[in-house]
Design a protein around this ligand. Structure first.
Ligand SMILES: [Zn+2]
Length: 119
């Protein structure tokens, strides 16, 4: 009996559209394959918003790739700044070592002595 042509059980078991109709009820039409609505309620091929919301994209400043690129650049700049600071500290340490036992006080007073001698 289930081999009969009018066996519509699987068809009726298919997912329904469910959109709100003008009468207030839910649409009972079958949903289009791969979509949640019927062909009359937004399931037609070519309907709906494009994927990844391309309608809202104006300049691409906030795309995933642009954000990742900016992060990479900022990380590179941070590393460069750290390296420069380390080089500064290393050169300062080298200069203080070559001067022997000169302390920070002597290096701070050096410019004032130069000013005094100029005037
Ligand atoms: Zn529908």
């Amino acid at each position: 009996m289930s081999d009969h042509v009018n066996d519509i059980g699987p068809m009726l078991a298919s997912p329904r559209c469910g959109a709100k109709t003008r009468c207030g009820g839910a649409c009972r039409s079958p949903a289009v394959h791969g979509k949640k609505r019927c062909r009359m309620h937004g399931g037609a091929p070519g309907s709906g918003a494009p994927k990844a919301n391309r309608n809202a994209r104006k300049h691409g400043l906030f795309t995933r790739d642009a954000i990742a690129e900016r992060r990479r650049i900022q990380a590179l700049l941070g590393e460069a700044r750290k390296l420069l600071e380390e080089m500064k500290c290393a050169s300062f340490a080298d200069s203080s070592q070559t001067k022997g036992k000169l302390t920070n006080q002597s290096t701070l007073t050096a410019p004032t002595q130069a000013r005094d001698s100029a005037s």
